[in-house]
Design a protein around this ligand. Structure first.
Ligand SMILES: Cc1cc2nc3c(=O)[nH]c(=O)nc-3n(C[C@H](O)[C@H](O)[C@H](O)COP(=O)(O)OP(=O)(O)OC[C@H]3O[C@@H](n4cnc5c(N)ncnc54)[C@H](O)[C@@H]3O)c2cc1C
Length: 505
C-alpha cells in the first residue's frame, strides 16, 4: 500500500466535465476539501458540445414509471427511484447553482419523453439561455447552440467561486487502494512525472466514456467500425481504472448515436442534422440503403440520435461482413439544394463548415453524383471501395421505386413518418457513405443509488463513486437530454455522499 503522496485532499474528482464540476462543488458544500484533475488542456469534455438542455421531471412517481419501462429490467428499482427523485429536484438544484453567475434558465415545457411510455408527459427541459456578460470561451466555439458552453461555464463558475483547485493536462493513470481494497487516492501524470494524490474521504470518477478507444469500441459494440464525435481524450480511462480495483461494468453496448459521416481528412465524425426530438412534419430528403441497395431502416425514428445506428449493426457470415456498414444515403437534386446533409462539430483544430447546398462536398468527392439511379449504382461501386463492389443497380432502382410509392401512399413498412417523406425523382441523384456514429457511450462501472461503484458481487467498492456518462443510468433506451440531466443528478448525489465519508487519519 502506498504511503507517500505528493498531494492530499478529502475528495478527489477525476475529470472536469459537467458531472465532475457538479460533484466537486457539492462535495465542497458538504465540508470537504476537493481537488479536480483533468486530462485535457481545458475543462468541458463532451458536456461542452451538448446541444440540449438538462432533463427534469414534474413528478418523481411518473418518472419512475417511465424509467422502469425505458430501462427494461436492466437497472435496479432502487437506482431508478433515486434517479427519478433527483430529476424531480433537478430544476431547484440547477437554479441554486445558477445563482453563482445569474444564469438565465429557460424552462422548455413541451419536450416530452422520447418514447410513448406511461409518465411521458412529466418530462421537461431546463436550458441555460444566457449568462450575463458571457460570450463563450476563447478556446471553444459552440456547435448547435451555446447550451453546452453555458453548462460548462456554470460548472466552472461554481468550482471557481468555491476556490476548488483544478489541475489541467493531468491525466490520472490509476487508482490506489489500501490492502483491503479501500480506494485511498490516485496516481496522475503531470509534465511527464508521476503525481500521487491521497484522498482522505473519496474518489469520484467523472471521466466520461470510451468514444475514442478503438479497442473498447471493438470489444463492446456489435457493429464495426463505429466512429465518434467526442473529444479525443475520451478513451475509457475511468472504466479501466475502476475495473482494476474490482468494478462490475454495465451498459457498455449502449451508444447515444446515429448514422453519419467519416472522412479520412477529419479525425472526428460528423452526424446528420436531425438531432433532438422527432418532428413528424420535418422533411428529410434522403433514404438509407445497404451495400446492395436495399432500404432497411426508419431513417427518422422517435429519437433520431438514439436508435438508427442499431439497425446497421447486423453481421452476415455468408458475405462475410457487415452488409450495412457503411450504408449509402441516397438523395436527389431537390434534396441536395434543400439543406446540408451533415452537421459537423466545431472542435479546436477540427473545424469544418459543411456547405449549405452540399456542393463543396460533391467537389471533394465525399458525395457522388449521377444522372440516373442505375448510373449512381455504378458510381458507388467504382468510387467507394468500402462498398466492395456489392451495389446492385436493379436493387437500388427497385428501392427508389418502392420509396416513391411510399411517399405517394404515406405508408412505409419501416414506419417513417409520412410528413418527413420526400420523393426521389429529380436528377441528378447523389450518394454519400454513412457509418454508425457515436455521440457518446453510456457504459462504465455499475453504481448504486448513492453513485457508489459496485463490484460484480453487488458490494460497493469503498470510497469510490462514478458520475455522468461513465456508467450512465441508460442501459436499454436513451432518453434524449438525459445525459446532461444525469450529470446534475449524479454529481449532486455523489458529491453529497462523498462528503459524508469519514476522513482517513
Ligand atoms: C456532440 C455532442 C452532443 C451532445 N448533446 C447532448 C444533448 O443535447 N443532451 C444531452 O443530455 N447529452 C448530450 N450529449 C452527451 C453529453 O454531453 C455527455 O454525456 C455528458 O456531457 C457527459 O458529461 P460527463 O461530465 O460525464 O463527461 P465529460 O463532460 O465528457 O467530461 C469527462 C472529462 O473527463 C476527462 N478525463 C478523461 N479521462 C481522464 C483521466 N484519465 N484523467 C483525468 N481526466 C480525464 C475528459 O478529458 C473530460 O474532460 C452530447 C454529446 C456530444 C459529444
Amino acid at each position: 500500500m502506498r504511503t507517500t503522496w505528493d498531494l492530499e485532499t478529502d475528495v478527489l474528482v477525476i475529470g472536469y466535465g459537467l458531472a465532475g464540476g457538479v460533484a466537486a462543488s457539492i462535495a465542497h458544500d458538504g465540508g470537504s476539501d476537493v481537488l479536480i484533475l483533468e486530462k485535457n488542456e481545458y475543462p468541458g469534455g463532451c458536456s461542452i458540445f451538448a446541444g440540449g438542455s438538462a432533463k427534469c421531471v414534474e413528478d418523481a412517481e411518473a418518472a419512475r414509471e417511465y424509467l422502469t419501462v425505458l430501462s427494461a429490467g436492466r437497472v435496479d428499482d432502487e437506482v431508478i427511484s433515486a434517479f427519478a427523485q433527483a430529476l424531480a429536484e433537478n430544476e431547484d438544484f440547477i437554479r441554486q447553482l445558477a445563482q453563482v453567475n445569474g444564469a438565465e434558465l429557460k424552462r422548455i415545457p413541451n419536450t416530452q419523453g422520447s418514447y410513448p411510455y406511461p409518465g411521458r408527459e412529466t418530462w421537461y427541459s431546463l436550458r441555460i439561455a444566457k449568462i450575463p456578460g458571457f460570450e463563450g470561451f476563447p478556446w471553444m466555439r459552440c456547435f448547435l447552440s451555446p447550451a453546452g458552453v453555458n453548462l460548462i461555464k456554470l460548472a466552472m463558475d461554481n468550482v471557481e467561486s468555491r476556490g476548488i483547485p483544478a489541475m489541467l493536462s493531468t491525466p490520472v493513470r490509476r487508482l490506489e487502494t489500501d490492502d483491503s481494497g479501500v480506494v485511498i487516492g490516485a496516481v496522475a501524470e503531470k509534465e511527464g512525472r508521476e503525481l500521487a494524490v491521497r484522498a482522505r474521504q473519496a474518489v469520484v470518477l467523472a471521466t466520461g466514456g470510451f468514444e475514442q478507444s478503438e479497442w473498447m469500441r471493438k470489444q463492446y459494440l456489435q457493429g464495426m467500425p463505429f466512429f465518434s464525435m467526442a473529444p479525443l481524450t475520451h478513451t475509457g480511462d475511468g472504466i479501466m481504472m475502476s475495473q482494476k480495483v474490482g468494478a462490475a461494468l454495465w451498459h457498455m453496448w449502449l451508444v447515444h448515436g446515429s448514422y453519419g459521416f467519416k472522412f479520412p481528412e477529419y479525425q472526428l465524425a460528423f452526424r446528420h442534422p436531425f438531432s433532438g426530438y422527432r418532428n413528424p412534419k420535418r422533411k428529410m430528403s434522403w433514404i438509407v440503403v445497404d451495400k446492395m441497395g436495399s432500404r432497411y431502416m426508419n431513417e427518422y425514428p422517435p429519437a433520431p440520435q438514439d436508435l438508427p445506428h442499431r439497425a446497421m449493426e447486423i453481421f452476415d457470415p455468408d458475405l462475410p461482413g457487415y452488409p450495412r456498414i457503411p450504408s449509402l444515403m441516397i438523395f436527389d437534386e431537390v434534396g441536395r439544394k434543400r439543406e446540408a446533409i451533415a452537421q459537423p462539430l466545431a472542435f479546436p483544430g477540427y473545424e469544418y463548415n459543411w456547405s449549405e447546398d452540399n456542393s463543396a462536398e460533391i467537389e471533394r468527392g465525399w458525395i457522388i453524383k449521377a444522372n440516373s439511379i442505375a448510373e449512381l449504382a455504378d458510381a458507388i461501386k467504382e468510387r467507394f471501395p468500402e462498398n466492395e463492389g456489392r451495389m446492385d443497380a436493379e436493387q437500388l432502382e427497385a428501392s427508389v421505386r418502392e420509396w416513391n410509392m411510399c411517399v405517394e401512399t404515406g405508408k412505409d413498412r419501416f414506419n417513417r413518418p409520412p410528413g418527413s417523406m420526400m420523393a426521389l425523382a429529380t436528377p441528378p441523384y447523389y450518394a454519400a457513405q454513412v457509418w454508425p456514429i457515436i455521440t457518446n457511450t453510456q457504459g462504465g462501472p455499475v453504481h448504486n443509488a448513492k453513485q457508489q461503484v459496485m463490484d460484480p458481487f453487488g458490494q460497493p467498492i469503498p470510497r469510490l463513486y462514478a458520475v455522468g456518462e461513465l456508467g450512465s443510468f441508460f442501459g436499454h433506451l436513451y432518453q434524449l437530454g438525459g445525459n446532461i440531466g444525469e450529470c446534475f443528478t449524479s454529481g449532486k448525489i455523489a458529491g453529497q455522499n462523498a462528503a459524508k465519508e469519514t476522513r482517513l487519519p
